[in-house]
Design a protein around this ligand. Sequence first.
Ligand code: GMT
Length: 375
Amino acid sequence: MKIGIVCYPTFGGSGVVATELGMGLAKRGHEVHFITYKQPVRLEQLSKNIHYHEVNVPEYPLFHYQPYELALSSKLVDMVLLHEIELLHVHYAIPHAYAGYMAKKMLEEEGVYIPMVTTLHGTDITLVGNHPFYKPAVTFSINKSDYVTSVSQSLKDDTLRLFNVKSPICVIPNFIDTHREKNQFTDCQRELMAEDDEKIVTHVSNFRKVKRIDDVVKIFNQIQKKVKSKLIMVGEGPEVQPAKNLADTLGISDKIIFLGESNDVDKILCFSDLFLLPSEKESFGLAALEAMVNGVPVISSNTGGLPEVNKQGFSGYLSEVGDVDSMAENAIYILSDEQRLDQFKLNAKEMALKFDTDSVIPMYEEIYKKAASNL
Ligand code: GMT
């Protein structure tokens, strides 16, 4: 099939999932067209069957806000007509589902009928989309999608609770390519980060409030009192500086390495011993899955879709949001016994295998088939 994918091209989970999906579909013989405002960070553009079309939003001084949705829907119309794209798959409802629907309607004027699949990722429902300023438009565009998917059962439940959604929502979990070389590093350069007798604790995120970065630092503060360790923080965002300040106050700055954004999180995860994700909200927790595929157990909160990914007492432990003491206690329990740590590492990898690309991408293909035949 010829599939158009719309997503945020940044390091965020929704963009990563959309990009991995597109690349997986291309490997399975589909022709995939990414239509985004920048090349997606994980896109291997030179791969067979992959095309990238940039959405340009010209600056004009009259506009206080540049009309991105308009530029996107126009580009969608042009690309669908030019490349005979048969289906649009938009990731993140805001504003992609809205722009996709406008494109669909414009195309109908040309006698072209194209189905649109919308995948809900989390904050488009729980944080941003739920705001009264956006809610009517988000509800409308979800209801106008031909198929709606959500990345966890928890997100589906949230969507049905928060929005007056009439369309059925199909749960298709996020996934990871467990066979890819990238996820099976052998040349881990652990010595660059820590001493041999130190454990490595890692956190990867966009450092927004919702990730509870101060909890990450507080949990690590308790860990390092009992287990010789380092904390590696990967990502950029508004909470980086407050985290550095807190580390200073606690006197542990020398034990925390802030690495900024990275395209190679696997290179860091492959030598990590434990992953921390104490988020306030998390519809799935792709970062936890990326850790697990590298054999890293996860200490997380029990919010949203995290219990669907991290299995209590098996791949790690889950605690109530904000229960720093319980998270630290569980982390120390795992890290303080080598045999136990090795078992948790094996379990984490085993759990990640349940989310392999090969079992999840066919679920999307099934939806595409149905959407195309329902026209
Ligand atoms: O976590 C973020 O703030 C980024 C956000 C995004 O849209 O890129 O992530 C959401 O989508 C990911 C991919 O489906 C999920 O794994 C994350 O759990 C979800 N984040 C939240 O729900 C906070």
